[in-house]
Design a protein around this ligand. Structure first.
Ligand SMILES: Cc1ncc(C[n+]2csc(CCOP(=O)(O)OP(=O)(O)O)c2C)c(N)n1
Ligand SMILES: [Mg+2]
Length: 680
């Protein structure tokens, strides 16, 4: 029996609190905090109180003093609107989250925002609220646990061995992403993933109608079909039944478990329990008072009896659990010093000491080769070049591996029965993939990269937004970046996508123009520890550009002068496949006696962060600017101004060979030359 299957024995105070009080404190804190804020969701915390009590007091292995302990159990609140439940649990068990913070629920700069935010509140493992993504994050964490265990555990040393628990509600179940991610989870032997379904038959529109008018899935059958171990019909208010279900779930080590808990939303509230009104609004003073009566909680708001605190306090036990693990790790360290060092490095999110040298050697080699190839191929070369130094890279594609070129010679599939690999076949599940990647990154030990066509980034978009909000390192690889993909036609040709992605705060978007910019893009994205990156590559070949060492170094600044001229009459700004057009146009203009400067701008988002002085050396004021990019033109106004010109595409594409499309849409050297001649 491993340590993880043992049931924890909670501390009991001198005058032990009753289990009813221990559970009801969760109800009281939720209804009182929501009432005080006059905003929030009391129903879910009140309905899941018993489940939370059993899980957190009897099973969850965590250390409130160290929310970053590597082998802690992960807990994800996928139905993130029930945030007060999580805040109460963190406060009561002894995390650095004071009662005042609970009183300040939903207020500016409190540690208790409306929905749980990763990096903001200690103990919050991921940001949730956008329904369905939490369960996908949890699946990513469970995959991370399994793969990390395969990489690092050795006979006698199970240093990676923890559970991932997740709460989810009807809303998560209705969201498509739960289908995407749970279907994949069923295949990957995630025996330590245990999900609790809050089956309360209520979602928001229950205020007006019956959930059966919009949600009649047979959830247990659905999850059985995915290959999960399902425990149906558990009374979510019966601690013994919940306990038995968890024990059973833990005994299934080859499949994830879904515990379906029948609950009553806002259980305990005399009038509002079981109604849609309890979902997302304060109960009202009268109903709060009546609930106090009904559940037998006589204490005023935010007053918690010492015995109740004592019953919840997980600090001693947490310290003990972590110390136990530390002893195990010390023995592991003695037996496998290199592995132990590597484990610590990876969990700390530090790159290998030789990464800088390794990546610059790779960039130099790429420059020497001077190849004209598709940047998707250059991307694959970059993975091939960098990955041997980065065992934490964990790749994948949403069923486009052969097109995205994300598989390298060291790729090995993570599969049923074998978690020792480094590549996930995500299937056609762009959103699921991206949220699972977020979970992998959040768990620690991995730098995920996952790919699809740029046009399908829309399917994944909210997971990119969450990665950006959470400031996590994650690499979203998008190939087939424009009309340049050709015959697949307008359904597959991105037009507005680059502009849309650049609008997400804290997301770095790269669209390199050749092999060297592609190598730098990969390096920059890997080195970016505080946010995700989008890496956009072409299907078609792009001309290699010659650069000085200084220019190569400047790629990292997002934009730089690629070809200059004395007293330029115009500044040509281009990205990706359009850089080669700008270069040709520059030559033709020079031969006509019109000097222009060509600026390659692989990342507008990175360029925008540069200091003013640098920006002005690249884009000096007072010279006409012309931007060229095979996408919507509006975005470029901020660089070219109202007097400048943008050569782009403001309609959907067409199905035809790529070279004909560039001609048809005016993305040609001749059009650039004529445009420049027309404005100067
Ligand atoms: C992606 C997404 N869509 C919509 C919402 C708004 N929303 C928040 S909770 C909710 C209903 C959720 O129902 P359920 O999960 O059953 O929660 P319960 O009312 O049972 O607590 C909705 C539509 C959201 N948070 N995320
Ligand atoms: Mg519900």
């Amino acid at each position: 029996m491993t340590g993880n299957t043992a049931t924890l024995s909670p501390t009991t105070g001198a005058t032990a609190a009753s289990r009813t009080d221990i559970t009801n404190v969760l109800r009281a804190l939720a209804m009182d905090a929501v009432q005080k804020a006059n905003s929030g969701h009391p129903g879910m915390p009140m309905g899941m109180a018993e489940i939370a009590e059993v899980l957190w007091r009897h099973h969850l292995r965590h250390n409130p003093a160290n929310p970053k302990w590597a082998d802690r159990d992960r807990f994800v609140l996928s139905n993130g609107h029930g945030s007060m439940l999580l805040y109460s649990l963190l406060h009561l068990t002894g995390y650095d989250l004071s009662l005042d913070e609970l009183k300040n629920f939903r207020q500016l700069h409190s540690k208790t925002p409306g929905h749980p935010e990763y990096g903001h509140t200690p103990g919050v493992e991921t940001t949730t609220g956008p329904l369905g993504q939490g369960i996908a994050n949890a699946i990513g964490m469970a995959i991370a646990e399994r793969v990390l265990a395969a990489h690092f555990n050795r006979p006698g040393f199970e240093i990676v061995n923890h559970h991932t628990y997740v709460f989810l509600g009807d809303g998560c179940m209705m969201e498509g992403i739960s289908h995407e991610s749970c279907a994949l989870a069923g295949i990957l032997d995630l025996g330590k993933l245990i999900a609790f379904y809050d089956d309360n038959g209520i979602s928001i529109d229950s205020e007006k109608g019956n959930i059966k008018s919009w949600f009649i899935d047979d959830v247990p059958k659905r999850f059985e079909a995915y290959g999960w171990h399902v425990i149906p019909g558990v009374d979510g208010h019966n601690a013994d039944a919940i306990e038995a279900a968890i024990q059973k779930a833990k005994s299934f080590t080859d499949k994830p478990s879904l515990i379906c808990c029948k609950t009553v939303i806002a259980k305990g509230a005399p009038k509002k329990a079981g109604t849609g009104q309890a979902h997302g609004a304060a109960l009202g003073d009268e109903e709060v008072a009546a609930t106090r009566q009904a559940i037998g909680w006589p204490y005023p708001p935010f007053e918690i009896p010492q015995a109740v605190y004592a019953a919840w306090d997980a600090r001693d036990q947490g310290a003990h659990l972590e110390a136990e693990w530390n002893r195990k790790f010390a023995a592991y360290e003695a037996a496998h010093p290199e592995l132990a060092r590597e484990f610590k490095r990876r969990m700390a999110g530090e790159l290998p000491a030789n990464f800088k040298a390794h990546s610059s050697a790779f960039i130099n080699k790429t420059n020497e080769k001077a190849e004209t190839i598709a940047t998707r191929k250059a991307s694959q070369n970059a993975i091939e070049g960098l990955a041997p130094a980065l065992p934490e890279l964990i790749g994948g594609s949403a069923d486009l591996t052969g097109s995205n070129l994300t598989w390298w010679s060291g790729s090995k599939a993570i599969a049923k029965g074998d978690a020792s690999g480094n590549y996930l076949f995500y299937g056609v599940r762009e959103f699921g993939m991206s949220a699972i990647m977020n979970g992998l990154a959040l768990h620690g030990g991995f730098i995920p990269y996952g790919a699809t066509f740029l046009v399908f980034s829309d399917y994944a978009r909210n997971a990119l937004r969450m990665a950006s909000l959470m400031k996590i390192r994650n690499l979203f690889v998008y190939t087939h970046d424009s009309i340049g993909l050709g015959e697949d036609g307008p359904t597959h040709q991105p037009i507005e996508h680059l502009a849309c992605l650049r609008l997400i705060p804290n997301l770095d978007v790269w669209r390199p123009c050749d092999t060297v910019e592609s190598a730098v893009t990969w390096t920059a994205a890997i080195e970016r520890a505080n946010g995700p990156s989008v890496l956009v590559f072409s299907r078609q070949n792009l001309a290699f550009q010659k650069r000085s060492e200084q220019q190569i170094a400047s790629i990292r600044r997002g934009a730089y002068v690629l070809v200059d001229a004395a007293s330029p009459k115009a500044l040509l700004i281009a990205t990706g496949s359009e850089v080669q057009l700008a270069i040709e146009a520059q030559k033709q203009l020079a031969s006509k006696g019109i000097p222009v400067r060509v600026i390659s701008m692989p990342s507008t988002t990175v360029f925008d962060r540069q200091d003013e002085a640098y920006k002005q050396t690249v884009l000096p004021a007072g010279i006409k600017r012309i931007a060229i990019e095979a996408g919507v033109t509006d975005f470029w106004r901020k660089y070219v101004g109202l007097e400048g010109m943008v050569i782009g595409i403001d309609r959907f594409g067409e199905s035809a060979p790529a070279n004909q499309l560039f001609e048809y849409f005016g993305l040609t050297v001749t059009n650039i030359v004529n445009t420049v001649s027309g404005v100067i």
